[in-house]
Design a protein around this ligand. Sequence first.
Ligand SMILES: [Cu+2]
Length: 143
Amino acid sequence: MTHGNRRMWWSGVGTVLCVVSLMWISEGILGAQSEQVVDVTIKDYRFVTKQSTLRLGFPTVIKVRNEDAERHDFSSTMFEGIPTQIEKDGVVVYGRGVGGVFLGPKQEATIRFDMTRPGRHVFRCSIHPTMNGELLLLSAEAV
Ligand SMILES: [Cu+2]
């Protein structure tokens, strides 16, 4: 490699890094506006939920993380009849009759769907019937 070629190579790397960081920034801004995120952590056989106000008709993301050394699942009827995307271990699954997702020890999954029904939506672990939680959904008019 000659000196000139090397310099061109480095400026190429610089350009790529700039584009990547710009993509990160715009994704962060757009993501904050268009998606409402719910964080669900499974710990000591309990669901710990962090949610802001959830509104109907907005793309909703539920991030579930299992911090236990035990296998759990996050199952709910709230996805019934709604196109739902589940991402786990880099694999994305789409479905309309999704009941939930199983999570091995320390595993996490991301569930994406559009909220269409207002009210309280219960979720639970089908392996451990005492584990449950709920999400509260406001209709747009109530906000
Ligand atoms: Cu469980």
